[in-house]
Design a protein around this ligand. Structure first.
Ligand code: HOZ
Length: 427
């Protein structure tokens, strides 16, 4: 038995499924999770001393690679000053100024502790601002695990095949309307049915929790027009795309304005942070200025702010990082697509900048229904092959592959070779 297996055995006795977040359990791909004990640059090391070239990057925030020296130094310095005060600090003001001075349509921002919290709070703010109750979300988009959003959600719930979570009272989801990703007409119909009841449309500007599903040309623009027409708030959930597609996230990348934006772990360089922000008029509804209540002792935690500030400052000061990262993504996923043209397996790659994924289906993937046609048992075999070759991918089909600025072309060429061994093995 490996050390990872032994620890997992202990874990299963005291933690549901042995993990603190379902996808980590390796449930859909088989085997036992590797117990990771350290990470540096592009590599993670497990308790047995195995190293892996990592393409999860803590689900996105390690855009500069693990354990970046500037981030580490900032965290150590902040720890010396104290771990948590539950009081206002200069660092959180600096963080808010950095975000508000750079991100389109974000005049004010509130720090929270996770993407789930950010989205839950943004929805409440949109409802408070509009005085309306209904929200529109897209099937296959994942916005964290708050009650109202666990309706045909992506990520772990999609992997587990749980369309609606147990434990969520009907009352909590009765105002959640589902639309079809990449189909603006499905949203238009909902607005026609409920012209004055929809508070917000929330979307992952790039679907990244049903695998990676880029927005079709015009889709985000149509959402913008519909929200403007019907007086609803357009929320971009940028937990994955924020500070990844570019410093200005999906808004800048696609040139579409949102009213509210939510962020997650990337704001804290991997520390537990989230944020929601947007137009002054809307954010002024949030307590203590306005009547929408939201609070948290650890919100704006000084250590997390220090980590995030260090990473975001590097990203802001070096726009070439994004250019290089996106070029690297275009090149790498382009090579993957060329490789898949030669395979006899039903397989296709999708990508947007540094985000990408492989679906095991010949049906073009554009939304939840088509993503679900992927043969997840083939994904499991692919994952296993990559892991055996020390390449760590998301342990579930309906997740993204994250390239970081730290990944080198040489490493990626090596990954393509390993992929060739799986996809072209009979050729
Ligand atoms: N929900 C995350 C993927 N979209 C997984 C979180 C985790 O396991 O850390």
């Amino acid at each position: 038995m490996t050390k990872s297996e032994a620890i997992f055995e202990r874990a299963c006795k005291v933690i549901p499924g042995g993990v603190n977040s379902p996808v980590r359990a390796f449930g859909s791909i088989g085997g036992t999770p590797r117990m990771i004990c350290s990470a540096d640059g592009t590599h993670m090391t497990d308790e047995d001393g195995n190293t892996y070239l990592d393409f999860v990057g803590s689900w996105g925030p390690m855009i500069l690679g693990h354990n970046h020296p500037a981030v580490k130094e900032a965290v150590i310095k902040a720890c010396e000053d104290g771990l948590s005060f539950g009081a206002a600090t200069k660092r959180e003001v600096e963080m808010a100024e950095l975000i508000c001075s750079s991100i389109p349509n974000v005049d004010m921002v509130r720090m929270v502790n996770s993407g789930t919290e950010a989205v839950m709070s943004a929805i409440r703010t949109a409802r408070g601002y509009t005085g309306r109750d209904k929200i529109v979300k897209f099937m296959g988009c994942y916005h964290g695990h708050s009650d109202a959003l666990l309706v045909q959600a992506g990520s772990g719930v999609m992997t587990a095949g749980i369309p609606d979570s147990a434990g969520v009272p009907k009352g909590c989801t009765q105002d959640t309307l589902s639309a079809v990703y990449n189909d603006a007409s499905s949203v238009e119909k909902l607005f026609e049915t409920f012209p004055e009841e929809i508070a917000a449309v929330i979307v992952e500007p790039v679907g990244a929790n049903m695998g990676v599903v880029p927005p079709a040309p015009g889709f985000l623009e149509s959402l913008r027009s519909l929200c403007t027409k019907y007086g609803a708030v357009l929320i971009f959930d940028e937990v994955i795309t924020g500070f990844r597609l570019g410093f200005t996230g999906a808004q800048g990348y696609f040139g579409v304005d949102a009213d509210l934006v939510t962020y997650g772990k990337i704001i804290g360089a991997g520390m537990p942070v989230g944020a929601y922000g947007g137009k002054r008029e809307i954010m002024s509804c949030v307590a203590p200025v306005g009547p929408v209540y939201q609070a948290g002792t650890l919100s704006g935690n000084p250590v997390a702010m220090a980590a995030g500030l260090a990473q975001l400052t590097i990203l802001k000061d070096h726009p070439e990082i994004y250019q290089e990262l996106n070029e690297k993504g275009d090149w790498f996923y382009g090579e993957v697509k060329r490789l898949l043209e030669k395979t006899e397996l039903p397989a296709q790659a999708t990508s947007c900048g540094s985000l990408g994924c492989i679906f095991f289906t010949n049906t073009p993937v554009v939304n939840y229904e088509t993503a679900k046609t992927s043969d997840t048992s083939l994904y499991a075999s692919y994952f296993k092959h990559m892991l055996e070759n020390h390449i760590y991918l998301a342990p579930a089909q309906f997740e993204a592959m994250f390239l970081s600025a730290a990944h080198t072309r040489e490493e990626l060429v090596g990954v393509l070779d390993v992929m060739r061994g799986f996809f072209l093995k009979d050729n």
